[in-house]
Design a protein around this ligand. Structure first.
Ligand code: PMP
Length: 354
């Protein structure tokens, strides 16, 4: 820390992203990226339609918003684009939380929520997941706080139904409820259809997982036009040109090739089912996942040891050294070949055990 760093950040502990190491022939299953690149059709569209880069990007992201509006069955005024969904989540903490309206989120969830809260000096409560790692809707009733729920949750992969989210919305009519649907396309139920009925609902999604664009950085929020206007106030007070022209063109290209997105999601879900079955046969406990990752623990070897031994073999998964989930690892679902490499290495590791 330099001697110039503001005291207000003295205790801030930044988010720890999954590693991006330069290991040769790495099987990378640690950051829930999509194993498939954007389709040729999407890339060709982006190459042709990127606005001249000497000009600023479209500040409103009109074309992407129009395409998304059509896909989601809502109006463009219900949508805001972000530089990844992380940016939008930060905007939501800035816009809808303060001392009088603290935040609440599950104790085991996306690790960025407490960081955004701390960064913006927002008090927060962490609500324990139930012993089976589920989120119980009634734990979120009448909280008088701005609620953040990842659905499906990370790193567990467990999902609430739309009806369960609706119960939470009903019982928090005077608080914003942010549903972070980063992983919804892998078997979850989106709450976007509820935004017309609930002016307190903000749904956040990303192009990083199901739409192969983690490196291009594109996310969006869907909600009541007044909530979107608030987020725009924050955006225009921080970084108005937050989504660059190359990303906007690629985002539009990807949306015009929705078939590929659907097919990729189906493949990931098939690979997930195969992997879960194989791991369970090897004695692993695997939570039922609605995401592009699974959360699994072995009955014979600790979570940290599985992580370490796989890493030695150039297979990277994610381990969280945190109470309650220390025994588990989060494993991204990749291609069939990647999952076969993972399973082969896990079998060998188990065979080496005394
Ligand atoms: N929400 C959740 C639950 C996530 O796991 C992630 C990815 N780390 C994000 C949001 C942010 O994704 P991005 O900024 O790439 O859109």
């Amino acid at each position: 820390m330099s001697r110039f760093f503001s005291d207000k950040y003295e205790t801030l502990v930044p988010y720890t992203p999954g590693e991006q190491p330069k290991i040769l022939n790495l099987t990378k299953l640690n950051t829930n990226e999509c194993p498939f690149p954007p389709s040729r059709k999407a890339l060709a569209f982006a190459a042709e339609h990127t606005r001249p880069l000497n000009l600023y990007s479209d500040i409103e992201g009109q074309d992407v918003r129009a395409a998304l509006a059509e896909l989601c069955g809502i109006g463009p005024e219900n949508l805001l684009l972000g530089n990844g969904s992380d940016e939008i989540l930060n905007f939501a903490f800035m816009a809808f939380c303060d001392e009088k309206k603290p935040a609440a989120f599950p104790d085991i969830s996306y690790g960025f929520y407490p960081v955004f809260a701390d960064l913006n000096r927002i008090p927060y409560t962490q609500i324990p997941l139930r012993p089976d790692f589920s989120i119980a809707p009634e734990d979120y009733f009448d909280l008088r706080r701005t609620i953040f729920i990842a659905n499906p949750n990370a790193p567990t992969g467990l999902a609430l139904t739309r009806e369960q989210v609706r119960e939470i919305l009903e019982r928090n009519r005077d608080s914003v409820v942010v549903i972070d649907e980063a992983y919804v396309d892998f078997g979850g139920e989106s709450c976007i259809p509820l935004i017309g009925a609930y002016d307190n609902l903000l749904v956040v999604q990303t192009f990083s997982k199901s739409r192969s664009m983690a490196g291009a950085r594109l996310g969006f929020a869907a909600g009541n036009a007044a909530l979107i206007a608030d987020l725009n106030t924050i955006k225009f007070s921080t970084n108005p040109y937050n989504v660059n022209s190359m990303t906007q063109a690629l985002g539009l290209g990807v949306l015009l090739d929705e078939e590929t997105t659907r097919a990729n999601c189906r493949t990931i879900m098939e690979n997930r089912a195969r992997t879960v079955e194989a791991l369970r046969a090897l004695g692993f406990t695997v939570l039922p996942s609605a995401a592009n990752f699974i959360f699994a623990k072995s009955d014979r070897i600790s979570g940290a040891e599985v992580y370490r031994r796989l890493r030695e073999r150039a297979v990277l998964i994610r381990h969280f050294d945190k109470e309650r989930i220390r025994d588990y690892n989060r494993i991204t679902i990749g291609t069939r070949e990647q999952m076969d490499i993972l399973l082969k290495n896990i079998r060998e590791i188990l065979e080496e055990l005394p």
